[in-house]
Design a protein around this ligand. Structure first.
Ligand code: 16G
Length: 166
């Protein structure tokens, strides 16, 4: 990824290839189930009890579509996942058969706050959405996180976010 089209700056400097001392940023892999991937997700919302088989089946499905970009940050000393974020590509007929990106499950473990990992993940996936020719990338977030996402060019829209929960 070329960072030149990204206005976000890091202090101290970190990058995709050097996300910080003892940390590695990479795509999710099956073995991450045993590296606390769900523990990190549970800091965002309810994950439910998921068996390794359920995880693998779902992950294989996601990979087959080619539309899921699931990033994780691993603490290599602990062998634990400490942060994650996902970009999902949705296919459209509108806007000349365009693609739309959805930013989902952006979570940084409490023990890794202040290391700019959220910033690194969101800027990387936003840029990826642009490189993949999405006409827009959208996300839902808590009101307290609006200012954070504004730094990457996200704006609150006039449209209401609606949901029907089951
Ligand atoms: C947040 C997440 C969203 C996630 C949802 C889960 C970001 C930017 N947004 O809105 O991706 O799916 O929380 O909450 O990470 P829920 O369990 O109430 O649906």
């Amino acid at each position: 990824l070329d960072w030149s089209s990204n206005n976000v700056s890091f202090s101290p400097h970190i990058s995709l290839s050097s996300p910080g001392e003892g940390l590695v940023l990479r795509p999710l892999c099956t073995a991450d189930f045993n590296r606390g991937f769900f523990k990190v997700l549970s800091e965002l919302t309810k994950t439910g009890d998921v068996t390794p088989e359920q995880f693998t089946r779902k992950f294989e499905h996601m990979k087959k579509t080619g539309d899921y970009y699931i990033l994780v940050v691993e603490d290599t000393n602990l062998g634990q996942i400490v942060a994650t974020a996902t970009l999902i590509i949705e296919h459209k007929f509108i806007h000349t058969c365009a693609k739309r990106g959805r930013m989902e499950e952006v979570v940084v473990s409490d023990m890794c706050r202040g290391k700019q990992l959220g910033k690194l993940l969101v800027s990387a996936l936003t840029l990826l959405g642009k490189k993949l020719n999405c006409y827009k990338v959208t996300l839902e977030c808590a009101a307290k996180n609006v200012a954070f996402y504004q730094k990457f060019g996200y704006t609150a829209s006039d449209e209401s976010y609606m949901q029907c929960r089951f």
